[in-house]
Design a protein around this ligand. Structure first.
Ligand code: SAH
Length: 252
């Protein structure tokens, strides 16, 4: 059996209890060495075989899983954050399906949650934004044309932009072209939940400048939208004294 496990954003105690339990039982671990905190590997049992997928191809990863399966061993494939975002898990699952190797997915804390925590921020503020767009700039992996940054920017909802810290001039230009004013609040969160974590609040127009000042070129998320200011929102209806809900009678 193969377990795809979300390792969380970095801090070793931000893996889930279930993920940690799988990790401690695994005979083989294949971890994404570029972003998974190696301290998590200290949780593995004695004799556990450890592979760093940063230096492996998809075929090599599958070969390790296949060999482990033949030996009736348990494999954990450890992905950064939650495996469902930019995790390249589908291609692995398809290859396992073809080989009739069973697998299960254990979710994790994505870096977009850890970034909000670092900023003490709520992405969905009443009357400011009730939607979060998770996206990225096109890099070596293309993004479909209909999903351009400018097209999402036109909604002026909260945006969380992955994998784009190295192209902030272009990001600012596309955000502005799409509809955000250059003065719109934005934030940069580097290595959320790691000891090296850095955060900065700036504007859409000053993203590159701020990132340069802090020496950030990768492993960062960019958060954009009026919600970043955490101001000018309406109180929730749910906790309004005058509002009746299924659980509470309001005063009105
Ligand atoms: N599945 C992961 C994302 C993998 S893509 C998740 O759910 O978080 C890798 C990108 O995620 C990085 O380039 C960066 O943009 C972002 N990222 C991952 N960990 C991060 C962290 N701790 N702090 C900030 N950004 C992070």
């Amino acid at each position: 059996m193969v377990y795809f496990v979300g390792a969380g954003p970095g801090a070793p105690d931000l893996i889930t209890v279930r993920g940690q339990s799988y990790l401690s039982q695994a005979d083989v671990v294949i971890y994404a060495g570029s972003l998974v905190n190696p301290r998590l590997l200290e949780e593995t049992k004695k004799g556990c075989q450890i592979h760093n997928s940063a230096v492996m191809t998809l075929e090599e990863v599958i070969q390790v899983m296949e060999q482990a399966e033949k030996e009736r061993k348990m494999t954990v494939r450890l992905h950064t954050g939650d495996p469902c975002l930019y995790g390249a898990v589908r291609e692995q699952m398809d290859m396992l399906d073809r080989r009739h190797i069973p697998y299960e997915v254990c979710p994790g804390v994505s870096s977009f949650g850890a970034a909000a925590a670092a900023l003490e921020m709520e992405y969905t503020l009443p009357s400011v934004s009730q939607s979060v767009v998770i996206t990225r700039m096109a890099g070596r992996t293309p993004v479909p044309d209909r999903e351009s940054i400018a097209s999402f920017a036109a909604h002026r909802s909260t945006m969380v932009i992955f994998l784009s810290a190295g192209m902030l001039d272009r990001l600012s230009a596309e955000l502005t072209e799409g509809g955000y004013d250059p003065d719109t609040p934005a934030a940069i969160v580097y290595k959320a939940s790691w000891p090296q974590e850095k955060t900065a609040v700036c504007t859409v127009g000053t993203l590159r400048e701020r990132a340069e000042e802090l020496g950030i070129r990768k492993t960062a998320l960019i958060i954009v939208g009026d919600a970043v200011s955490q101001r000018n929102y309406d109180r929730s209806k749910l906790y309004d004294p005058g509002f009746t809900t299924e659980y509470r009678k309001g005063s009105d």
